[in-house]
Design a protein around this ligand. Structure first.
Ligand SMILES: *Cc1c(COP(=O)(O)O)cnc(C)c1O
Length: 398
């Protein structure tokens, strides 16, 4: 027997930084200790203990999503898998999908719908602009659609589709199911699944929920569930088949081995939301984001998206001409242990304001690191003014 020689590797500890960096990018975000602890536990994925966990995850998700639906599922996979679960159970060959595109993630919906064989039309917004209800009204007038996909907060460019409730209403009137990605907004700013009439809502672990990456949630309305049950053909993705997932989530039978630590981590992340209450959590997020925005602007940097449709949970900051945003991020990471995000094609850097990122001590460290790094890259900034404005804004009541 001849075996390949083993590679030479170092223990993990020698690869990871001695001190964990502060994750202030567009996800993953820092996780609370209760989540971290839960994520280290493995129990049987079937049986009475797990059933109690599953039932509570569903009950708590209903609160987080603001829905009464019984059809909520946790997914062993990234938020993209939850998007794919919604798309692949509600779209199939012969179905027509209207995908509203404001950036990378909303474009992903169109790719997924094309992948399952649906006919897809893409309604595209200008750079850093949302799709308006008027544009949707017009698109629904000229063609018939079965499904409309929309991203509530487009993380890639920091745009909030503020007209989501009106767009959802138009789609329902038209007879189309609405799939909404609320990965970076759910529990950070209001998402009213039932009140807005959204048929499938997606949340990812590592963003608004302040949990771990690799687990996600999706809810289906009664209307959507009927479509799932009446599919003319089986869902092409065995793991993402909602009817098979229902065997586990509703009947507590075996589908695949559930990501036990991930579900326990979701449990704790959701429990912390319940404990904080959505009202308080929204207020904390807004207060934190507005204070950071005030600091960024007072320092002399510019935000990409105008206030009316600026996503408060992920801020896109313009990189001044002639400056390398990658160098700025590199400096922040190396000198201050603060990581923020770059962008997909746009000349911006992005700072997250999701979950644990919205804590005042993180804001001070991040803003100082960012100001110092831009300054070192030759941008004329008043770092002290930025810090003062941050401090003043935070001192006000949430
Ligand atoms: C991050 C993100 C996703 C994808 O999440 P993954 O866990 O990387 O699959 C989808 N939609 C939005 C709005 C996001 O911010």
């Amino acid at each position: 027997m001849s075996l390949l020689a083993p590679p030479s590797v170092q223990p993990l500890a020698s690869i990871l930084p001695a001190e964990p960096p502060l994750l202030m990018g567009a996800g993953p975000v820092p996780i609370p200790y209760a989540v971290e602890r839960a994520n280290s536990i493995v129990i049987n994925h079937l049986g009475p203990t797990m059933n109690r966990v599953l039932q509570s995850v569903r009950a708590m998700s209903r609160y987080a999503f603001q829905t009464a639906t019984p059809h909520i599922f946790g997914i062993s996979g990234p938020a993209s898998a939850a998007m794919e679960m919604a798309v692949s159970n509600l779209a199939w060959p012969g179905r027509r999908v209207l995908a509203l595109k404001t950036g990378v993630f909303s474009a992903r919906f169109a790719e997924m719908a094309t992948g399952v064989g649906a006919s897809v039309d893409v309604l595209e917004a200008d750079v850093a602009q949302p799709i308006t209800a008027d544009q949707v009204r017009e698109a629904l007038r000229v063609a018939q659609y079965d499904v409309l996909t929309i991203v509530h907060g487009e993380t890639s460019c920091g745009v909030l589709n503020v007209e989501l409730p009106e767009i959802a209403r138009l789609a329902r009137e038209h007879g189309a199911l609405v799939i909404a990605d609320t990965v970076c907004t759910l529990s950070a700013l209001p998402v009213q699944t039932d009140e807005w009439g959204i048929d499938a809502v997606i949340a990812g672990g590592q963003k608004g929920l302040s949990c771990i990456p690799g687990v996600s949630l999706v809810s289906f309305s009664e209307r959507a569930w009927q479509a799932v049950q009446r599919r003319p053909r089986p869902c092409p993705h065995w793991c993402l088949d909602a009817l098979r997932a229902d065997v586990f989530w509703d009947k507590h039978g075996y589908h695949y081995t559930a990501p036990v630590p991930g579900l326990l981590a979701l449990y704790e992340a959701l429990r912390l939301i319940i404990e904080e209450t959505l009202e308080t959590r929204f207020a904390r997020h807004l207060h934190s984001s507005l204070a950071l925005q005030a600091g960024i602007e007072a320092m002399g940097l510019q935000l990409l998206v105008p206030a009316p449709h600026r996503l408060t949970s992920v801020l896109a900051i313009r990189v001044p001409q002639g400056v390398d945003g990658g160098q700025v991020r590199q400096r922040m990471s190396a000198q201050f242990g603060v990581e923020i995000a770059g962008a997909f094609g746009l000349d911006i850097v992005r700072v997250g304001q999701m979950g644990e990122q919205c804590r005042s001590h993180h804001l001070f460290r991040t803003l100082y690191a960012m100001g110092s790094a831009f300054l070192a890259e030759g941008v004329e900034l008043d770092v002290a003014a930025g810090m003062a404005h941050l401090e003043q804004a935070l001192a006000g009541t949430p």
